[in-house]
Design a protein around this ligand. Structure first.
Ligand code: IMP
Length: 502
């Protein structure tokens, strides 16, 4: 006989936090949002991998590439580079984040020497950048042979078939600097030689990155940025349960800090085997798993050795898993139940395994609710897809600026490995995600800072200065459908409404 749970499952919009006493020390600047994201023995929290803000970006083509990863790490959060690409290109994105130095950017527009002006124009259109590094192998870390900028050709006069080697400024005539140079030394050279950009190369002439005059001008300190022991930004990467034996070594070689198995349903023997293989071959490599929505799923992956466990099935904004497969659980209920399982596991085994609430965050206050209900950190897709730094281009649709955002289970991403059973005989016959637009929202830094300000203000209202304190003190109440209407502006005519209907 099937088991039917008596409790309904619920989502974040159905809850509110009841304020606790706000003491005088409860002020936003005293709130600490640091959070441990990988397992640790009780009493050894400092040994866990820690991020400075509890936000990570989704393992998705339309969200987490190297540009978003760099921008988010500078704000204190972590990206998981999408795995639905070749292992080589995923490793290359990881490498670009790891080789990033403030003000020195990894070149993301590169061509091999045998390219033509037509190739350069095509690349410029995709990347939006007019400076192209010409390297021996056409990658961002190849031997630098020259630079091509829009000053090197006149579109009306130059034939598109012209080889770029005839147009570029060759390395012999370029001003370059050696790896190890400080940013302020690079800036001096830029001013002295009136340059727009300065390539940095290593002893073998291989490209390390470029310093742009404009970037230096706008460079600010990022007190929250998350760094490894060698002062490089932290970055994660998504993997699947099929090609991990080939993919994981390449990602590790590129310097990845933490992996995450990306699947809509993680309660599977495929994930168990993947975790075991990674831990047997790379005992120090950190790997998260998921997604699950209940204690059984959590305990299974915890026993397998997962370093963190992701929670959420069907709540993502682009997700139609619940409609197509009828599996899932309201996100708030899932987080709460898995958090209880995590605490019970910790009490029994003396090991704390952080959980990540993945998907379904619509309003900023949902982030605080997810944390209050027990999440150690939160994964977001739609939220980050809207920013300048996400991989897609800004476009105008219906008079509004938008960016594209598509699910990993959509035909566009074709990331079937996230959805099938993990064996090689599977093969998806239906989509679990949609292709959509999201409103363009500007820079990651300004949006994230705004969201954090709201999280901190709410935490102060709950009388808490840290995430564990919030979880210990939070008191939540379910709200009726009518109360939800009462929660928004109501019974007034908004001044900026399109039409006034009195
Ligand atoms: P969002 O923040 O609500 O947009 O949700 C993002 C999350 O949705 C991701 O982290 C994934 O867990 C999940 N997701 C991504 N692509 C798909 C899809 O195509 N179908 C179902 N879920 C998806």
């Amino acid at each position: 006989m099937a088991q039917i749970f008596n409790e309904e499952s619920h989502t974040f919009s159905e809850y509110l936090l009841i304020p606790n006493l706000t003491t005088t020390e409860c002020q936003s600047h005293n709130v600490n949002l640091k959070t441990a994201i990988t397992r640790y023995k009780v009493g050894e929290r400092e040994k866990a991998l820690t991020i400075n803000i509890p936000l990570v970006s989704a393992i998705m083509q339309s969200v987490s590439n190297h540009t978003l990863a760099i921008a988010l790490a500078k704000e204190g959060g972590l990206s998981f580079i999408y795995g639905s690409q070749s292992a080589e290109s995923e490793a290359e994105m990881v490498r670009m984040v790891k080789s990033y130095k403030a003000g020195i950017v990894s070149s993301d527009s590169n061509l091999p020497i045998d390219s033509t002006l037509a190739d350069a124009l095509k690349l410029k259109k995709i990347s939006g950048h007019s400076t192209i590094a010409v390297t021996d192998d056409g990658t961002s870390s190849g031997k630098l042979l020259g630079l091509l900028t829009s000053r090197d050709y006149r579109l009306s006069r130059t034939n598109l078939d012209t080889p770029i080697k005839n147009l570029m400024t060759p390395i012999e005539r370029l001003v370059t600097a050696q790896d190890g140079i400080t940013l302020s030394e690079a800036n001096d050279i830029i001013w002295e030689h009136k340059l727009n950009q300065l390539p940095i190369i290593d002893n073998d002439g291989k490209l390390i990155g470029l310093v742009f005059r404009k970037d230096y001008d706008s460079h600010k300190d990022h007190p929250n940025e998350i760094l490894d022991s060698r002062k490089r930004l932290l970055v994660g990467a998504g993997i699947n349960t099929r090609d991990y034996m080939e993919r994981v070594p390449l990602l590790i070689e590129a310097g990845v800090d933490v992996l995450c198995i990306d699947s809509s349903d993680g309660f599977s023997e495929w994930q168990y085997q993947t975790i075991k293989w990674i831990k047997a071959n790379y005992p120090d490599m950190l790997v998260g798993a998921g997604n699950v929505v209940d204690a059984d799923g959590f305990n299974y992956l915890a026993d397998a050795g997962a370093d963190f466990i992701k929670v959420g099935i069907g709540g993502g904004s682009i997700c139609i898993t619940r409609e197509t497969k009828g599996i899932g659980c309201g996100q708030a209920t899932a987080v709460y139940n898995v958090a209880k399982a995590r605490d019970a596991y910790c009490a029994k085994h003396g090991v704390y395994i952080p959980i990540c609430s993945d998907g379904g965050i619509v309003h900023d206050y949902h982030m605080t609710l997810a944390l209050a209900m027990g999440a150690d950190f939160i994964m977001l897709g739609r939220y980050f897809a809207r920013f300048d730094e996400s991989p897609t281009k800004r476009m105008m649709v219906g008079g509004k600026y938008v960016k594209e955002y598509w699910g990993e289970g959509s035909n566009r991403a074709r990331n079937w490995q996230r959805y099938d059973e993990g064996d090689t005989k599977g093969g998806m016959l239906f989509e679990e995600g949609v292709d959509s637009y999201v409103p363009y929202a500007g820079s990651l830094a300004s949006n994230v800072q705004n969201s954090l300000a709201k999280i901190k203000a709410t935490m102060c209202s709950v009388g808490s200065l840290t995430i564990p304190e919030l979880q210990a003190k939070a008191r939540l109440v379910r709200v009726s459908a009518t109360s939800i209407v009462e929660g928004g502006a109501h019974d007034v005519i908004l001044k900026n409404s399109q039409s006034i209907d009195l």
